[in-house]
Design a protein around this ligand. Structure first.
Ligand SMILES: [Zn+2]
Length: 250
């Protein structure tokens, strides 16, 4: 029978204590490292990429734009302050309830500060208006100047608020349009009077088609849900853009 040399209880206790101390030191060092990395990022990385920095409509679209727009947009006071700071004017709209599931709170209508919507009657909840203003300023206009050599003077749409379920069905999930958290963007009017329509120009290999693909791709970095003709036949003539769900881009 093998004989096991008994360890002195004090030695065993010291070893356990040392292990615990080493673990604690490693944890503290890790936190210090994370803190240093966050401080370096805070000073050297542009704020549109940092989720903890405030959102601004004048910043280019970055990695954190969408998450910041969703967060800031959900706060009625912060959302409006960002719109005002960017030079947008708007009118607040009264709360609306049309039926069981159609409830609109925190809606407004953008009056100026971006290419006007056509028709102008386009109530939107603030987070949707915020995302739309960022997209117009940081994606649509730059792409229009770069690809088409001129700016967009108005954006045509098929509607924002609509009391209905998805695809107008009698049953099934409620559409984001039922809470005015969506827009169906049909096309753009350019400064020289030309038009670009999703229905007509999506498959155009020339500049108009390139422009539409660029603004769709850009919408995916701003809105939480972007649906284009690539998604399904129901979207052959418009982009559906809303601020619900998470990262649906097609
Ligand atoms: Zn839609």
């Amino acid at each position: 029978m093998a004989y096991r040399v008994p360890r002195h209880p004090r030695v065993e206790h010291r070893t356990r204590h040392q292990n615990r101390l080493a673990g604690l030191t490693a944890l503290v060092l890790l936190w210090v490292l994370v803190l240093i990395m966050a401080l370096v990022a805070d000073r050297s990385i542009a704020r549109q990429h940092l989720p903890w920095k405030p959102l601004s409509v004048v910043d280019p679209v970055g990695m954190a734009t969408r998450i910041k727009a969703a967060r800031a947009g959900s706060d009625p006071v912060i959302c409006r302050a960002i719109l005002r700071k960017a030079g947008l004017t708007y009118a607040d709209l009264p709360e609306k309830t049309d039926g069981g599931f159609c409830v609109v709170r925190d809606a407004l209508r953008i009056d100026s500060g971006m290419a006007p919507l056509s028709p102008t009657d386009a109530p939107m909840v603030c987070k949707e208006a915020l995302a739309l203003s960022i997209w117009e300023r940081q994606v649509v206009q730059p792409a229009a100047y770069e690809v088409l050599g001129q700016g967009v003077v108005s954006m045509e749409h098929y509607g924002t608020y609509s009391c209905r379920r998805m695809y107008g069905k009698a049953e099934g999930p409620v559409s984001e349009h039922a809470s005015a958290d969506a827009i169906d963007l049909a096309g753009f009017k350019l400064a020289d009077g030309q038009t670009v329509y999703v229905a007509r120009d999506w498959n155009d290999p020339g500049p108009k088609g390139q422009f539409l693909h660029r603004v769709r791709d850009g919408a995916c970095r701003v809105f939480l849900t972007t649906l284009s003709p690539d998604y399904n036949a129901q979207h052959h003539d418009h982009f559906h853009l809303d601020m619900a769900g998470w990262n649906k881009c097609a």
